[in-house]
Design a protein around this ligand. Sequence first.
Ligand SMILES: Nc1nc2c(ncn2[C@@H]2O[C@H](COP(=O)(O)OP(=O)(O)OP(=O)(O)O)[C@@H](O)[C@H]2O)c(=O)[nH]1
Ligand SMILES: [Mg+2]
Length: 266
Amino acid sequence: MTQNHTPANTPASPSADAKSPQARKPNAGKSPDSLTPDVKIAHGWLHTARFLTTAPQLEHLPALDVPEVAFVGRSNAGKSTCINTLTQQKRLAFASKTPGRTQSINLFSLGKQGITDAVLADLPGYGYAAVPREAKLRWQRVMGNYLLTRENLKGVVLLIDPRLGLTELDEILLEVIRPRVEEGLKFLVLLTKSDKLNHAEAQKALSIARLQSGGGEARLFSALKKKGLDEVAQMLWRWTHDDGAAVATPAAQPQDAPEDEPPALD
Ligand SMILES: Nc1nc2c(ncn2[C@@H]2O[C@H](COP(=O)(O)OP(=O)(O)OP(=O)(O)O)[C@@H](O)[C@H]2O)c(=O)[nH]1
Ligand SMILES: [Mg+2]
């Protein structure tokens, strides 16, 4: 099945608006009409997401010259659901109650009028106990190499289920990317499924995540409650448009996406 999506027609003057002070204002819980133009632009841009390609191995990934943002984290943390929520598309990335659903690196193009100006990468999760040891090690190597060598990688969103906290594999990932973060790679810890926590638990999880990630950016997110959506959308927009205008390349031809069952929130 080819996944085609119609780009949203949000009026955009990205370079000017992305730099205004309003770009830093969160708008959680506000109706679309009351959102700042920056939030509308960020959401309109994310809504243009379309499937680009899937790569079971690193060498199958196309070399791209547009900024790429990778969604990484434990199996079942909510990476695919987060991408679907941010892009307002139900089945762009394959989400499932069964851990280990995403098995390849899936790329999604972003950009209006078919012009790709950034790419989102949905990575397979790690730490799922039922995966054979060999497959686990192979995947850890692939992911490590991806994070270290992907030239157009501009940002990493590490998704954590706050009820589990940072696992050993999350900490290894933090170590792997630390040198690149020091060189300017954008990085965000996103505490997913925050709808499962009460306010006090969520605030505590946020403080711990900030400490454990070395004082980096951390945010609460809930696909179910649409929490954190505006902030993350704006952040992704800024990461990929920090020069005022992203390099535009002709849109790559989308390939056929594999079939899958619809997602269900747990
Ligand atoms: N309650 C709640 N459930 C969520 C949320 N986000 C994701 N889920 C559920 O968590 C499960 C796993 O979600 P996925 O998006 O498939 O997780 P993933 O990180 O992509 O998993 P892998 O592909 O196995 O690495 C699904 O049943 C989702 O519906 C959320 O914000 N709240
Ligand atoms: Mg997934």
